[in-house]
Structure formats: C-alpha cells, structure tokens
Ligand binder design. Structure first.
Ligand code: BDR
Ligand code: CA
Length: 314
C-alpha cells in the first residue's frame, strides 16, 4: 500500500471498538481524521467519555465528535451485560487529555469529508445512527465517501435476536439508509466476526509486549472473553477490529458480493440484514460481505499493533 487511506472512526466503545481503534492508530497505512461517538453499547455520555479515554491512552490526538443520545427514531438500547456499566469495564484508563469537539458527530464528519482532498472511508463499529444522519443532512457530500467499512449484521445469524445483530438492531432505520445509499459497503458481520476470536493463549502473545496499551488490551480481551466463555465461545470475538482489518488486509478475507437489505419492520426479523444469495431480486450487489478470515494472521496483526506502542515497561 502506498497512499494512506483517510478514515473516520465512528463507534460506541465498547471493548472491541477500543481494540479496533488501537489497531487503526497503529497501522501506518491509515490516516485517522476524526473519531465520532454513537449511543449503543452504553449511553452517549459513557461512550464519548470512553472514546476520550481511549484516545488519551493511545495518543490519538484528533477531534472527537459526540453523537446524539438516541437512534434516529427508536428508544436507545444498551449492552451492559457485554461491556459492563461503564461500557468499557475492566482495567483503569487514563482520564481524558483531549476534549470533545464543539462540533457534533455529524458536523465533524461533514467538515472532515469536505476538507479532505481524497475521498474518505467511514469505519462505523456501532449503530449506524451518525452515518445515516450525516447522509440525510449532507447529501452533497455523499460522493466524497469512498466506502463504508462497517461492523454489523450477519447473513446467516444474529446475536441479539435469532435474526439480528446488535448494531443493526439498535437502529435499523439508520442501517436501512446506509445500505440503500449506493455507497460501496464492506460488511464485517457476524458471519466473519464470530470467526475472528482471540483465545486465552493469544492474549498471552499480546501481553508479552511490555507497554501500557498492550497490557490494557490484554485485560480488555480477558473481560470480553469471560462474557463469551459463559455463552460457550472458544474465545472473544473481536468484532469491530475486523472492520479495520478489512481495509488493510482484504487478502485475509473470504468475500462474497451480495445485495443486502435491512428489515425495519416485522414480528421476528427486525434488524436482520437480508442477503440475496440466489439473486432472486435481480438487483446488483451493493455490499462486499465478509464470510471468513485468516484467524492466525488477524491475531498476529493485533499483537503486532500492540507491540508498536513501544516496549517501555518491564
Ligand atoms: C457489536 O455489538 C457491540 O456489542 C460490539 O461492540 C460490536 O460492535 C457486535 O454485535
Ligand atoms: Ca461496537
């Protein structure tokens, strides 16, 4: 890769959002223009505070735009059972050294997209509220978006209902707007992210790097693993980190091009991402759906990223 990819990280941190940001910040092929927050794993107050603390931990000094407190039209839904009361339970984190921007998440995205000489890639790893709100508020900037590499959905399975994945379920109307936008989409849904798990022995590889970021990532993973272990998982699926890896290492992915729509109504399937596997709609694919990943490469990529934060403490 020769030229850096300009990206905006939009998320609801969240342990796996945090690790996705650690990864993005460490990769020299990515240029992070801004960070924006969304209500999802926890309230917008908590995810924004967490975003500030993560940026402080990893030295990511970019504007942080706070999102709204609710999805587009629905009541908020949070996930304390997965990420704890703070949204990022586990190790103590530094208090914020960076303030929140005066601009809202949507206006910060608009400003950065307008300013950037290249098209910008959006990397949402929470509900798609901000991305949809940006597209509704600034249709003139749509053609300045290169692509959207998102974590959300699942062609074959859900996690919060049998049919729906959390990020899409929280704001299906927003997801519907994004999938119908015409912007190229890379979907890291549960089909791939449940294969992108970290086992306890992988955590030791990360912990072997003697710096604060690696030690904290190891503890986040242990926290995340505890929850998933009780559900019978082999390791902790680091869902959101796949949306970053998809940009830098597409060669590690099994990719299927599909036309994907979002169910916004319905008794059982609201929030489902419906993939037209047999091309029955006759519609051209709008999404690169990731179905598989080279897990060992992914684990080593995270470990290397953690190592890049230095070897300062014995
Ligand atoms: C998604 O939901 C959140 O809990 C995670 O951060 C991830 O973005 C997985 O369904
Ligand atoms: Ca997330």
């Amino acid at each position: 890769m020769t030229k850096k990819i300009p990206i905006i990280l939009d998320g609801d941190p969240g342990h796996d959002d945090a690790i996705a940001w650690v990864l993005a910040n460490a990769d020299p092929n990515l240029d992070i223009l801004a960070v924006t927050t969304v209500s999802g794993n926890q309230t917008i107050e908590k995810t924004s505070y967490n975003a500030q603390r993560i940026c402080t931990l990893i030295g990511l000094d970019v504007p942080i735009g706070k999102g709204g407190s609710t999805p587009l039209i629905r009541e908020p839904m949070n996930a304390p059972s997965v990420h704890g009361d703070s949204g990022l339970d586990g190790p103590a984190l530094p208090e914020p050294a960076f303030p929140l921007s005066d601009l809202s998440a949507v206006e910060l995205i608009a400003e950065k997209v307008r300013e950037c000489k290249d098209k910008v890639t959006l990397v949402p790893t929470g509900p798609l509220t901000n991305i949809a709100a940006f597209l509704l508020a600034h249709p003139e900037l749509k053609n300045r978006i290169e692509q959207i590499s998102l974590m959300g959905g699942g062609i074959e399975l859900g996690n919060w209902t049998p049919a729906a994945e959390f990020n899409i379920l929280v704001d299906p109307e927003a997801a519907d707007i994004v999938f119908r936008s015409g912007i190229p989409i890379i979907m890291s849904g549960l089909d791939v992210t449940e294969k992108a798990f970290i086992k306890p022995e992988d955590v030791e590889l990360i912990r072997s790097h003697h710096n604060e970021v690696a030690q904290i990532v190891a503890q986040w993973l242990e926290f995340f693993y505890e929850f998933h272990l009780n559900l019978g998982y082999e390791g902790a699926p680091v869902h959101d980190a796949v949306a970053v890896t998809a940009l830098t290492h597409p060669e590690w992915m099994d990719i299927r091009e599909l036309y994907v729509e979002v169910e916004t109504k319905g008794k059982y399937c609201v929030g489902a991402t419906v993939g037209d596997i047999h091309r029955v709609t006759g519609k051209a694919p709008n999404t690169k759906v990731l179905m598989g990943i080279h897990r060992e490469n992914f684990v080593n990529y995270i470990a290397r990223a953690c190592g890049s934060y230095g070897e300062v403490k014995a």
